[in-house]
Design a protein around this ligand. Structure first.
Ligand code: ATP
Ligand code: MG
Length: 394
C-alpha cells in the first residue's frame, strides 16, 4: 500500500534489505524498510494524511505507522566519504536504485522487491543466500574501513543464519578487527548481544575469537579445554539467551571475579548484570539437598527457569525434570526461602512488643530456622519462637 502510494505520486519505491532477505528464507519479516527516489519533503507530501514520524529526516528517513507497525522509508542514498570509521561525512541522495543498494553492507542485505517487478538483485544476493554466504558488496577493504561496525554485523548475520563468511570478507574483517575500537560500546553491545542470541553463536565466537577479544580481551584467559566445554554449553538450544550465554562465557574466564567489571564496561543494563551475577554466584552450588536449594533460591533475584537453563548447561547430567519436581515441592506453601514468604510479618512482631532493628533481626533468624526445617512456617509457632528469642535478648 505504501509502495503504491509512492508509485501513484510518480516515484519509484521498493521493499529493501532485511525484509526481502527474510521472506526469501521463508521467514516472516519482523519489520519492513522501503527505499524510494522521493526526497524527504516529497515523502511528507505523499504521506500527509498518515501518522508520520521524522525519525532521521537528515538521513532521508521517515517512519510511517501502518496498522500500528512502523515502516521506515528512506530516500535512495549513495556512499559518501566516511570519517572516524563509522559515520559518513554527509548524506548524499541519488536517483539511482543501484547506488542505494551499493552502499549497503552485504549482498544478502541489498535485495529489493516490488510486487509488479519482482526482485531486484544487483549483487548476487539471492545466490549467496542460497549458498549461505555473507559477502561484502564491493571491496571488503574499503567497506570495513568505512564502517567498522560492519565487522560485527558480518559475525551477527553469520551466527544468526549459520552462514559462512566469504574468504575475502573474512580475511579483511580479521585484518581490520582493531578498528572496532572506533565504535561506541553501545553499538558493539547491540551487535554482540545479537550474536549471543543466535543459533550459530558458539561457532562464530570460537572461529572469530580474535575479533571478540578486541572488546572482550578477558576471553584470552580461557584455556583450550575450557573453550571446548564453553562451545558445547553455548551450543545448547536451552541457553539461547544473551544473559545466559554471557554468563557461560564469564564462567569460563580464569578470573570470574571480573564479571561485574566486564559487564559494566560493556554497558549492560543493571537487570542484565544482576541476572549474570546471580547465575555466576550460584553456578558451583550443587543445590542438591532441599536446604541447599532453598539457600540458593534465597540468594537469587533471578527467576528459576533462567537458573535451570544455566545449570543444565553447566551440568548436563542434571535431570531437569527432577529439579523442577524438587522446586515444585519446595514452593509448597509450608516452605520458604525469602522473608516475604514467611507466615509472619514485622507488624506481628510489633504487636508482641519487638521494636526497631530487632524486627528485621528476628525475621531473619526465623527464616533461617524455617529454611533449616527447625520450625515449620506456621504463624503461631513462629510467634512463640520470636517471643522466646525476644525474652532471651532482654
Ligand atoms: P535485522 O533483521 O537484524 O533488522 P536488517 O537487514 O533489517 O536485519 P538493519 O540493521 O535493520 O538490518 O538494517 C537495515 C538495512 O540497512 C540492512 O539490510 C542493510 O541493507 C542496511 N544497513 C544497515 N546497517 C548498515 C551498515 N552499517 N552498513 C551498510 N548498510 C547497512
Ligand atoms: Mg531491520
Amino acid at each position: 500500500m505504501l509502495l503504491k502510494k509512492l508509485n501513484d505520486a510518480g516515484f519509484e519505491a521498493y521493499v529493501v534489505g532485511g525484509a526481502v532477505r527474510d521472506s526469501l528464507r521463508g521467514e516472516i519479516p519482523h519489520d519492513y524498510d522501503i527505499t524510494t527516489n522521493a526526497l524527504p519533503d516529497q515523502m511528507k507530501q505523499v504521506f500527509h494524511d498518515f501518522h508520520l514520524i521524522e525519525t532521521g529526516i537528515q538521513h532521508g528517513t521517515v517512519t510511517v505507522m501502518v496498522n500500528h507497525k512502523p515502516v521506515e522509508i528512506t530516500t535512495y542514498r549513495k556512499d559518501s566519504p566516511y570519517q572516524d570509521h563509522r559515520h559518513p561525512d554527509h548524506v548524499e541522495f541519488t536517483s539511482a536504485l543501484k547506488e542505494d543498494c551499493q552502499r549497503r553492507d552485504f549482498t544478502i542485505n541489498a535485495m529489493c522487491y516490488h510486487p509488479d517487478q519482482g526482485f531486484v538483485d544487483f549483487f548476487g544476493g539471492k545466490e549467496d543466500l542460497k549458498k549461505g554466504i555473507i559477502r561484502c558488496i564491493g571491496d571488503p577493504e574499503k567497506r570495513f574501513e568505512e564502517d567498522a561496525l560492519r565487522i560485527l554485523r558480518a559475525l551477527r548475520f553469520a551466527a544468526r543464519f549459520s552462514f559462512a563468511i566469504d574468504p575475502d570478507t573474512a580475511r579483511v574483517l580479521l585484518e581490520k578487527k582493531d578498528t572496532l575500537s572506533y565504535v561506541s560500546m553501545e553499538r558493539i553491545n547491540e551487535e554482540f548481544t545479537g550474536i549471543l542470541k543466535s543459533k550459530g553463536c558458539a561457532d562464530i565466537l570460537e572461529d572469530y575469537r580474535e575479533v571478540i577479544e578486541v572488546f572482550l580481551p578477558e576471553i584470552k584467559t580461557i584455556r583450550d579445554d575450557n573453550w571446548k566445554l564453553l562451545h558445547q554449553r553455548l551450543d545448547e538450544e536451552t541457553t539461547r539467551r544473551a544473559d545466559i550465554r554471557m554468563s557461560l562465557i564469564l564462567y569460563a574466564l580464569q578470573d570470574r571475579m571480573q564479571a561485574r567489571k566486564v559487564l559494566k564496561r560493556m554497558k549492560y543494563s543493571n537487570h542484565f548484570i544482576a541476572t549474570c551475577t546471580d547465575l555466576l554466584n550460584t553456578a558451583d552450588d550443587p543445590a542438591t539437598s532441599d536446604i541447599q536449594f532453598r539457600q540458593v533460591l534465597g540468594r537469587m533475584q533471578t527467576d528459576t527457569d533462567t537458573w535451570f537453563a544455566f545449570q543444565k548447561a553447566l551440568h548436563p547430567e542434571m535431570s531437569l525434570a527432577e529439579k523442577k519436581q524438587q522446586y515444585a515441592r519446595l514452593t509448597n506453601d509450608a516452605y520458604c526461602w525469602k522473608l516475604s514468604q514467611l507466615h509472619i510479618t514485622g507488624k506481628d512482631l510489633i504487636k508482641i512488643g519487638i521494636k526497631g532493628i530487632a524486627i528485621g533481626d528476628t525475621l531473619r533468624i526465623l527464616l533461617g530456622k524455617v529454611m533449616h526445617e527447625e520450625i515449620p512456617n506456621e504463624k503461631e509457632l513462629l510467634l512463640q519462637e520470636a517471643q522466646k528469642y525476644h525474652s532471651h535478648q532482654k
